[in-house]
Design a protein around this ligand. Structure first.
Ligand code: OXT
Ligand code: ADP
Ligand code: MG
Length: 575
């Protein structure tokens, strides 16, 4: 009796603190991986997280930790967590938070911050900054916790905001004082919140489904466009069944490649220009009519009048660029299933004239490209090098392909066929350079699959230091740097002459492979597609961190890859 009493008193007197409440709240919600850079005031938080069995991956720069968290969110449908120190660390993480929001990836940036009383009076605290105010316009939601007993609610709100509706980035501000705050352990445990049904299904209105089917039935040249929202939704079977049952040709956006294999007979990926121009009804599934689709109008879309059907979870996406004849608002899994259920037995496949014209164009483009992919030229051009890597992905379809650059990105997108969903991860909506290593690390950590990162030499430079992180955690990542000695090309010259090289040019004959060797990884230098193929296959077989320095003809690229048209032109100056 006396003993029981003593235990009870001890329990009543037990204490917890902000550190442990953060950990308990995350674990309660099944979040066990953290991407961070340690420092004041969160160093011990990382240590306690690790002690509590969480996977805490430390990066060399917060931006890369943030990109890792963003793509972890895309791959898992749970918010990826990036943990940073105050002001400079927070700002370093902010680009990734904005990127996550722009791309509709669920992510939470948790940053320690300085003393509120001092920050608000602008009295010059250590790393003083009003982080909440700065984060707000760049994310979907931003919260600050001021009392330890609110940590549970703060984390619950952050999780729900990140994954419900249209996913996005959330900022959670944790002042140092709160992290250290002590409270009664029982009250602390009671303050935690397990988020129930964080991203509830959103069933479409049956009338909207009927309207959409009506519009689709009236089509003579229908087209489905699949975007990365469709990949995110993880409704792979429903999407594939819908596409195949409807018989409608489909065009995958970059990160939707592989939802159905690119070799699928209904794929119009290799007839992109034709289908955009000639289609009369376009069904958009998890894709916005933004710059990547020329805003749904203009030259790229031709003169044929179009009707759009759009499936999206975000109601305000409808009519954002052009009129949407049939909006279907809801989650993709539910919407696509409802469309499938409503199709009925009398569903007629699209006219064969249309599907035959597309098949023809696909065959022409594929046949035209094929011989270029076989070349074994030295120095390599993009086609020769990517032809070799295309075979590797064909033979290893469950590997994850990370891709950034300009020419390196654009050629790889059309040359390398994808066979499985969510295997192609790239620069996303902003075309941002620097996502490469963070993305590769998160992909390896979250999926356990081998990763092949195909990087322009400029793109790689934005996050290259993270190869130390790859070596430190012994991740099965093979980085191939397409080394053409510059941005777009290595041949530009300084128009004024003088000692400085052109703005787009790097050091000649750089050996990125040596960087990998410095950290104990495997570095290989290759100059031909055959050598490239051997080096990457060896890396993928052994799973050791590898960097292949692939020398690409410095003349082979074009300005801005496939989007040179977006560069403004001066009428008064010559380059
Ligand atoms: O139908 P048609 O006939 O038209 O043909 C199309 C398809 O049908 C066909 N196709 C095929 N044919 C045969 N077989 C197959 N399998 C097949 N598949 C397709 O091929 C064509 C083309 O198809 P695609 O690609 O689907 O269509 P298209 O017309 O290109 O699509 C349009 C777009 C807009 C959807 C597409 O182009 C796209 O997705 N583009 C994204 C572009 C992008 O995001 N680029 C990155 C940004 S560029 C620039 O800004 C860079 N910066 C500045 C910078 C950035 N970005 N970020 C930061 C933080 N700071 C600065 C920098 C610094 S790039 C860059 C570095 C570049 O240098 P690197 O060294 O890294 O790279 P290199 O250039 O290699 O040197
Ligand atoms: P892409 O870059 O491939 O063209 P976007 O990023 O432009 O694709 O579009 C993705 C769209 O998918 C966004 O409008 C987003 O609201 C939507 N989306 C994301 N997840 C879901 C989901 N589960 N259900 C419905 N729509 C979704
Ligand atoms: Mg380059």
């Amino acid at each position: 009796m006396e003993m029981e009493m003593a235990e009870e008193i001890e329990e009543v007197g037990a204490l917890t603190d902000g550190f442990h409440l953060v950990i308990d709240a995350l674990k309660l919600n099944d979040i066990k991986t953290i991407f961070n850079v340690p420092g004041i005031p969160i160093t011990d938080l990382g240590r306690y997280m690790q002690a509590a069995g969480m996977r805490v991956l430390s990066f060399r720069h917060e931006q890369n930790a943030g990109y890792a968290a963003a793509i972890a969110g895309f791959l898992t449908k749970k918010p990826g967590i990036c943990l940073t120190v105050s002001a400079p660390g927070f700002l370093n993480g902010l680009t990734a938070l904005a990127h996550a929001t722009t791309n509709c990836f669920p992510m939470i940036l948790i940053s320690g911050s300085s003393e509120r009383e001092i920050v608000d009076l602008q009295q010059g605290d250590y790393e003083e900054m009003d982080q909440l105010a700065i984060a707000k316009p760049l994310c979907k939601a931003a919260y600050r916790v001021l009392h330890a007993e609110d940590i549970g609610i703060g984390i619950a709100r952050s999780i729900r905001a990140a994954v419900s509706g249209r996913p996005g980035g959330v900022y959670l501000d944790l002042p140092a004082a709160v992290i250290g705050q002590v409270m009664d352990a029982r009250a602390g445990a009671d303050s935690l919140v397990k988020v129930v049904d964080a991203a509830p299904r959103q069933l479409p209105d049956p009338q909207s489904v009927a309207r959409a089917l009506d519009v689709l039935k009236g089509a003579e040249r229908p087209l489905i466009i699949l975007g990365k929202g469709a990949a995110y939704a993880q409704a792979d079977d429903a999407i594939r069944t819908f596409v195949e049952t409807s018989g409608i040709p489909y065009l995958p956006m970059s990160m939707a490649k592989g939802l159905l294999p690119d070799t699928h007979p209904q794929s119009a990926g290799a007839a992109r220009s034709l289908v955009l121009k000639e289609s009369d009804v376009v069904l958009l599934i998890g894709v916005r009519l933004n710059w990547l689709l020329s805003h749904g109008k203009g030259k790229a879309w031709g003169n044929a009048p179009k009707k759009f059907v759009q499936v999206d979870i975000e109601p305000t996406e409808m009519d954002s660029n052009v009129e949407i004849a049939a909006p279907v608002v809801g989650d993709i899994g539910s919407c696509v299933q409802a469309l499938l259920d409503g199709m009925g037995k009398d569903w007629a496949p699209p006219p064969s004239q249309w599907t035959a014209a597309i098949k023809d164009k696909v065959e022409t483009n594929v046949t035209r490209m094929a011989p270029r992919l076989q070349n074994n030229n030295v120095p390599m051009d993009y086609h020769g090098a990517l032809g070799a890597l295309r075979t590797i992905i064909k033979e290893r379809p469950d590997a994850i392909l990370v891709n950034e650059g300009a020419n390196t990105l654009d050629f790889a997108r059309s040359i390398i066929d994808m066979y499985q969903p969510r295997k192609r991860l790239d620069v996303g909506t902003w075309g941002v350079m620097g996502v490469g290593m963070g993305t590769a690390i998160a992909a390896a950590v979250e999926t356990g699959k081998p990763v092949l990162a195909i990087e322009g030499d400029s793109a790689f430079g934005f996050s290259g230091m993270e190869i130390e992180t790859i070596c430190r955690y012994k991740l099965p990542v093979c980085v191939v740097v397409f080394n053409n000695g510059g941005i777009y090309r290595g041949t530009d010259v300084n128009p004024a002459g003088g000692p400085d090289v052109a703005t787009t040019v790097f050091v000649k004959d750089a050996r990125y492979d040596k960087m990998m060797e410095a950290f104990g990884g495997v570095g290989v230098h290759v100059t031909s597609p055959d050598e490239l193929s051997r080096a990457v296959n060896a890396a993928m077989d052994c799973g050791e961190p590898t960097l292949v320095n692939a020398v690409i003809d410095e003349k082979a690229g074009t300005e801005s890859g496939r989007i040179g048209n977006l560069n403004p032109q001066s009428v008064v100056a010559k380059k």
